[in-house]
Design a protein around this ligand. Structure first.
Ligand SMILES: N[C@@H](CCC(=O)N[C@@H](CS)C(=O)NCC(=O)O)C(=O)O
Length: 363
C-alpha cells in the first residue's frame, strides 16, 4: 500500500460541531491525520469529489476512500482502530441506545441550537425552551454516571460536547443560562468533558464560534451598518486577543471570589481588580474598547457586569471604588438597547449562584 493510501485525511471547518466530533474521536484513538480546512463559501474540488451527495464537512478520507456524516465517521474510526480505547459500548442494546442518543443530539439539539443562533426573538426563545427540554431528557439519560456510557468517555459524549460548548457561547449572545440552573448534573458532565485533552484540543474557541456566527449572519450584521469587528486587521487581532483574555480570565477569577473564603478569596479579589485595571488601561479615554462605537470586546465583557453585585456581596468589596473608569464604561453600555434587553438580571445571577453553591455543598 502506498503512503498516500495509508494516509488519514480529515476535511474540516474549525467552528463545526460535526467536524469537532470527528477530531475528538481521532485524538481519543491516537490516530495521526492530515487536517484540511475548507472554506465553505468556496468548497474545494476535493470536498465535492469526496462528498458528492451532501458537499459537507466533515469527511474522513482513509486509504483513498471517503467516509461522510459525523456519526458514521466516529463509528468507522471505532471499528478500524478497535484495539485502542473503545468509543461504542460492546453490548448490543447499549450500542443501539448510544446510536439513538447521537441521532437525537444531531437532530434535536442541533436543530434547536440553530434556532438560537439564527432565529429572531420569538424563534430564538422557542429554541432556548427546546434546549432546556432536551437537556433535561439528556440529564435523565446520564443519571449518576460520569459519562453517558458509564465510567468512560465515549460516542454520546463526543456527539454532545460540541453543543455544550455552544451553550456556553449562548450565555453571552442569547442570555441563556437556564441549563446551569435546571440541569446541574449535565453541566458537571460538560465541565468534566472539557477537561479531557481530546476535547480541549478539538473544540473551537468562543472567538472561532463567534466568527462562524458572524459569517452566517453576515447580511444581517452589515445591513444595519454596525460592524462589531474593527475593519483594520491589527485592531481586529487586538479585539480578538482581549475577547479571549476576558473569556479565560474574568469568568474563572470571578468564580473564585464566590467559591472561596479567607486568603484565597482575598487573592481572587486582588487579582480580579488587577484584571479590571488592565482592561481600564486598554480602554483608555475611549468611550468603548474599539473607539467611538460599541463592538466585539464590549460585547464579550459586558455580560459579566451582571455578575458584579454577586462578586461584591460574596467578596464584601466595592468594585466602583477601585475601578471607577470601568464602571463608567459599563454604565454607558447598559444604557444601550441591545445590552439592556439582553443582560441577565443581577438578582437572578445572585439567586443562581446561591443555588449553585448549595448544590456544590459550599459554605
Ligand atoms: N449531518 C452532517 C452535518 C454536517 C454539516 O452540517 N456540515 C456543515 C458545517 S457545520 C457544512 O459542511 N455545511 C456546508 C453546506 O451546507 O453547504 C454530519 O453529521 O456530518
Amino acid at each position: 500500500m502506498t503512503q498516500e493510501e495509508e494516509e488519514v485525511v480529515l476535511l474540516d471547518y474549525w467552528p463545526s460541531p460535526f467536524g469537532t466530533m470527528a477530531r475528538i474521536a481521532l485524538v481519543e484513538k491516537g490516530v495521526n491525520y492530515i487536517h484540511k480546512f475548507e472554506d465553505l463559501s468556496k468548497k474545494s474540488p476535493l470536498l465535492l469529489e469526496m462528498n458528492p451527495v451532501h458537499h459537507k464537512i466533515p469527511v474522513l478520507v482513509h486509504k483513498g476512500k471517503s467516509i461522510c456524516e459525523s456519526n458514521i465517521i466516529i463509528q468507522y474510526i471505532d471499528e478500524i482502530w478497535k484495539n485502542n480505547f473503545p468509543l461504542l459500548p460492546s453490548e448490543p442494546y447499549q450500542r443501539a441506545k448510544a446510536r439513538f442518543l447521537v441521532d437525537f443530539i444531531n437532530k434535536k439539539v442541533h436543530g434547536s441550537s440553530i434556532k438560537v443562533w439564527m432565529g429572531q426573538s420569538e424563534e430564538q426563545e422557542d429554541g432556548k425552551k427546546e434546549l432546556v427540554e432536551w437537556s433535561k431528557f439528556l440529564e435523565e439519560e446520564l443519571g449518576d454516571k460520569l459519562y453517558f456510557g458509564g465510567d468512560v468517555f465515549g460516542f454520546v459524549d463526543i456527539a454532545l460536547v460540541p453543543f455544550y460548548n455552544w451553550f456556553i457561547v449562548f450565555k453571552t449572545f442569547a442570555n441563556f443560562n437556564t441549563i446551569e440552573i435546571e440541569c446541574p448534573k449535565l453541566v458537571m458532565w460538560g465541565e468534566r468533558c472539557l477537561k479531557r485533552d481530546s476535547v480541549s484540543k478539538s473544540l473551537p474557541t468562543s472567538d472561532q464560534v463567534y466568527q462562524a456566527y458572524l459569517e452566517f449572519k453576515k447580511d444581517e450584521v452589515w445591513k444595519d451598518k454596525s460592524p462589531l469587528m474593527p475593519s483594520d486587521p491589527y485592531k481586529r487581532a487586538q479585539a480578538r486577543f482581549w475577547a479571549d483574555f476576558i473569556d479565560k480570565k474574568i469568568y474563572e477569577n470571578g468564580k473564585r471570589i464566590w467559591t472561596t473564603k479567607g486568603e484565597d478569596q482575598e487573592a481572587a479579589k486582588k487579582e480580579f481588580i488587577e484584571l479590571l485595571k488592565l482592561l481600564e488601561g486598554e480602554l483608555g479615554d475611549k468611550p468603548y474598547f474599539n473607539g467611538e462605537n460599541f463592538g466585539f470586546v464590549d460585547l464579550a465583557l459586558i455580560p459579566f457586569y451582571s455578575w458584579f453585585p454577586t462578586f461584591e456581596k460574596f467578596g464584601n468589596f466595592n468594585i466602583e471604588k477601585e475601578c471607577p473608569k470601568f464602571v463608567a464604561w459599563a454604565n454607558k453600555c447598559i444604557h444601550k438597547d441591545s445590552v439592556s434587553k439582553s443582560l441577565a438580571e443581577p438578582n437572578k445571577v445572585y439567586e443562581y449562584v446561591l443555588k449553585f453553591k448549595q448544590q456544590l455543598g459550599l459554605p
